[in-house]
Design a protein around this ligand. Structure first.
Ligand code: FAD
Length: 288
């Protein structure tokens, strides 16, 4: 099996305790030589400064590329582009450009009166600056707001046409979900890289809730397997085995890059990476 290239998503900490957790995770994962770390932007644009500061510190301490997420929520065009500039000023020139959701996701996205109306407008504006490598979100199980899979894929094509360089997908549970999506994207004329988003499941109850909210289809067998594993105190064993098998199936089908949703916990992601042959190359002190 070919060894994949990996990248890791983390979220910005809101407390000192959470900051220690993030730095512990970063220290454990940086030696795996990821393509990049990415740092999320809180729903409703709530972590603007924290995202900036976390991305900055992570880049300086790891020496690795860091991508900052940026959404269109709750800010004018000028303010959003100012945030992007502030990322560039500290050397963070990779951006994951998203429309985003409001803090109360049920309320639905309402553009700011002077803001970007959708992700394509943000991508175009970022691309026009010529400063950024732009990644975007993609949805192998169609996004809840897409009328059908065709519309979901056509919209992704528009995001690439607007200037995106790579797409990172929402998580999914079966390799076929991604492979079918990848084939349909190629058929629709998309020739840029689409990297599968992988969620090592740290807590089944929360993962289930999150999957429901973002439209990721949960196969019955997954639900049943976790129900039994939780009962028998084998949750992490199942999560690691299931995630490793999913990644191996993707690699067998030619997938070269994997993007892990770490939830700021290194253990499961590191165990899966080790099983895939991704092992430490250097220590953090070597690159800091
Ligand atoms: P888009 O892809 O622009 O839209 C989502 C879907 O809605 C599309 O598939 C399309 O079918 C439909 N749609 C939207 N606008 C139109 C239109 N004008 N015309 C036709 N169809 C349209 N959220 C955060 O708040 N912070 C984060 O840091 C964050 N990181 C993420 C990282 C990844 C890799 C992913 C996949 C998602 C992330 N999200 C994050 C969640 C994301 O903000 C939500 O899923 C949001 O609802 C959609 O944002 P988007 O840019 O992917 O939307």
């Amino acid at each position: 099996m070919t060894t994949p290239n990996v990248s890791f998503e983390v979220f910005p900490p809101r407390t000192v305790d959470a900051a220690f957790k993030l730095w512990d995770a970063a220290q454990a994962l940086a030696p795996l030589s990821p393509r990049f770390f990415s740092v999320t932007y809180g729903a409703g644009g709530t972590t603007r400064d924290l995202t900036h500061d976390s991305a900055h510190v992570l880049r300086r301490t790891s020496g690795l590329p860091v991508a900052a997420h940026l959404t269109c929520v709750g800010a004018s065009r000028a303010e959003t582009l100012e945030v992007a500039d502030s990322f560039a000023e500290v050397g963070v020139t990779d951006i994951v450009a998203l429309r985003g959701d409001p803090e109360d996701a049920a309320a639905g996205f309402i553009p700011h009166k002077d803001g970007f109306n959708d992700s394509c407008e943000l991508i175009e504006a970022l691309a026009d600056t010529g400063k950024f490598n732009i990644r975007v979100g993609a949805y192998p199980d169609p996004h809840p707001e897409a009328s059908d899979q065709q519309a979901n894929i056509e919209w992704l094509k528009r995001k690439f046409d607007a200037g995106a360089d790579e797409a990172l997908t929402q998580f999914f549970f079966e390799a076929d979900t991604f492979l079918r999506f990848r084939d349909a994207c190629v058929k629709a004329g998309i020739d840029k890289p689409i990297t599968p988003g992988i969620l090592p499941i740290v807590n089944w109850k929360s993962a289930r809730k999150f999957a429901d909210r973002c439209g990721a289809h949960i196969p019955d067998w997954v639900d049943q397997a976790f129900e039994a594993a939780v009962r028998d105190d084998r949750h992490d064993l199942l999560a690691t085995a299931m995630c490793t098998e999913l990644c191996s199936d993707l690699i067998d089908e030619g997938v070269e890059n994997l993007h892990f949703y770490t939830l700021n916990r290194a253990d499961l992601t590191r165990d899966v990476c080790r099983a895939l042959g991704v092992t430490p190359q250097v220590t953090l002190s070597d690159v800091a």
